[in-house]
Design a protein around this ligand. Structure first.
Ligand SMILES: Nc1ncnc2c1ncn2[C@@H]1O[C@H](COP(=O)(O)OP(=O)(O)O)[C@@H](O)[C@H]1O
Ligand SMILES: [Mg+2]
Length: 351
């Protein structure tokens, strides 16, 4: 089994790459990095892909089942734990891309995977009695920071290295086609090359999309409003929810703070899509009296008080932790049948 040239480029960039179909599940290709990450030799995937269920951590089995039963073309990345033969558990972030034929029919999925064990392995020690709440908070901060750094690094490498490689390959192909035409090469040879260029174009667009999703470049150019508007368009396109963003940020906001605002915004949108049954979401981001303010309001069913009281909603907890980390505050209110309102306030450090 071989991979296609554009997939080999992704492998060169260190990503685990697979090609598979769903319903029924069939694995057409897995790269050596996938074998390493999941601890399953390639031949077992090809022989019986359900071998994955033995290797995945029992607590993550339901997540895997759910992901494989879901034919959606766009899914958020999924982090799964895999038990390696050494006894070690590897945490792997899985991304999925849908591939269509010329008539727009879904033909297969490309899986991209990378190791995030370094960023999350701290979670495994939480049962140690000496790890108190303060230590856990410091740990969670560190994990978040590492994930953000990791995302930034992978996004840059994907965009810069792989993007340039693909662009270079495209130029070479184009030059070759010109030369072949001069040499009066048969049309079908030229057509094959044209189609290869088409695939490279898809590769370039895909790399750009994955890189932007991992870490919007606008965040590092101190343009929080632009990053949010881009995210809003992305979520709107896949969910149908009408999302407006009004931005009045006229001072430079340091990347650490705009990253917190952006990630809170992302979680608020995810929640609105998943739980609110709203038709629209209105967002305002502004700087007033030395503070960054982010309002996210939906017109849905309203977050139930029980969700706000419960201490174990990971999403809400995550937003709050992020806010606290930069000295900010998060307030969420829900009114039954009249929507949910979120306000994030972060004091800006004056230079
Ligand atoms: N915008 C919203 N509208 C209605 N309910 C919400 C909204 N946001 C969150 N919730 C409720 O709060 C719960 C906790 O949210 P969260 O911690 O993000 O967990 P998750 O999204 O993983 O379920 C959700 O399960 C949902 O019931
Ligand atoms: Mg959530």
């Amino acid at each position: 089994m071989t991979s296609r040239p554009e997939l080999r480029l992704l492998e060169t960039a260190g990503l685990g790459v697979s090609r598979y179909r769903l319903a029924p599940l069939r694995v057409d290709y897995v790269s050596a990095e996938i074998e390493r990450l999941l601890g399953i030799p390639a031949f077992r995937f090809y022989a019986d892909p359900s071998c994955m269920f033995e290797a995945v951590h029992p607590d993550d089995r339901a997540l895997l089942t759910h992901a494989l039963a879901d034919m959606s073309e766009i899914r958020p990345p999924l982090t799964l734990r895999w038990r390696l033969r050494s006894g070690r558990v590897s945490w792997v972030e899985h991304h999925r891309l849908a591939v269509h034929d010329e008539s727009g029919r879904l033909v297969e999925f490309i899986g991209l995977a990378f190791d995030v064990s370094g960023a999350v392995s701290g979670a495994a020690v939480s049962t140690h009695p000496w790890l108190n709440a303060t230590a856990l908070r410091a740990l969670s901060e560190r994990i978040e920071q590492m994930r953000e750094e990791e995302r930034t690094r992978i996004a840059r490498e994907l965009h810069d290295e792989l993007g340039q490689l693909l662009t270079g390959a495209k130029l070479d192909f184009s030059a070759t086609i010109r030369r072949l035409r001069e040499l009066r090469t048969p049309g079908d040879v030229v057509d094959r090359l044209q189609s290869a260029i088409g695939q490279i174009d898809i590769g370039i667009a895909t790399v750009r999309r994955i890189a932007t999703d991992l870490r919007p470049p606008a965040l590092d150019h101190e343009d929080l409003g632009a990053a949010m508007a881009h995210e809003a368009r992305r979520v709107q396109a896949k969910s149908g929810l009408a999302i407006s963003v009004s931005s009045c940020v006229n001072v430079a906001v340091e990347p650490e703070i705009s990253t917190v605002a952006f990630r809170v915004f992302q979680e608020a949108l995810t929640n609105a899509v998943r739980h609110s049954r709203a038709a629209k979401v209105a967002t305002t981001v502004a700087v007033r009296r030395g503070r960054l303010l982010l309002y996210v309001t939906d017109n849905g069913i309203g977050i139930p008080p029980s969700a706000l009281r419960g201490g174990n909603s990971i999403g809400l907890l995550g937003m709050r932790e992020r806010a606290v980390r930069v000295g900010g505050q998060l307030r969420i209110t829900g009114r039954t049948g009249r929507g949910t309102r979120l306000l994030l306030t972060i004091p800006l450090r004056t230079p």
